[in-house]
Design a protein around this ligand. Sequence first.
Ligand code: GLN
Length: 249
Amino acid sequence: MSTAAAGPVRLCHLYPDHLNIYADRGNIAVFQRRLEWRGLVLEVAEVGLGDPIPADCHLYYLGGGQDRDQKLVAEDLAQKADPLRQAAVDGAVVLGVCGGYQLLGHCYATADGQMVPGIGLLDVETTTGPSRLIGDVVLEVTLGGHTHTVVGYENHAGRTHLGGGCTPLGRLRRGHGNNGADGCEGAVAARTVGTYLHGPLLPKNPWLADTLLGWALDHAGCPVELAPLDDHLEQAAHAVAQTRAGQKR
Ligand code: GLN
């Protein structure tokens, strides 16, 4: 059951003007509405270039972006890295999508030979491959002892390889994933999650949205069991994405 005693969940949306392709901003709307439907509140702080990063948020979010925008924000993100890393150590949830995922890693080598530094919150490195990896993706994801399928859409040139400090978010049933070679997608270390999945990610994956919200509420000191919602529309969208990817079960 959700509880009215829970205070607002605070979310820091990093670089909404630069990292926001494929409607990744929709992930924030999902967090907001799924809390509202349980009588809970999401407060969103939009943090851009030169803005101070709040240290007391429960969720931090970086969306997808093209190489140009990643280069634009990388230096600024380095200035924010210490408080962000500390928040993650303290138990905050960090979610990075595609360009944001790459920036959570150690570095991203672009096609034009530039090295875009990341903040090393995830033990991953990304280099640019010879082609773009594009299409529908179906994953099998296990978090908190529960396994679900997760669907989305990928479009990236980056090939991401994981080090020993994190584990893949999921095993691929369809799609290219981190690098088109090892059958894995995304990365997880504690409550930091990176993924290539756009769509946006969360509307078609309500289980994943609630898992992240559960972690955020726990970090907020309000560990609540989120009441089930009527997710038939979300599940229908999930099923369509699976069918489109050729993986309906
Ligand atoms: N620029 C990165 C790549 O192509 C990320 C693209 C994205 O966020 N869709 O690998």
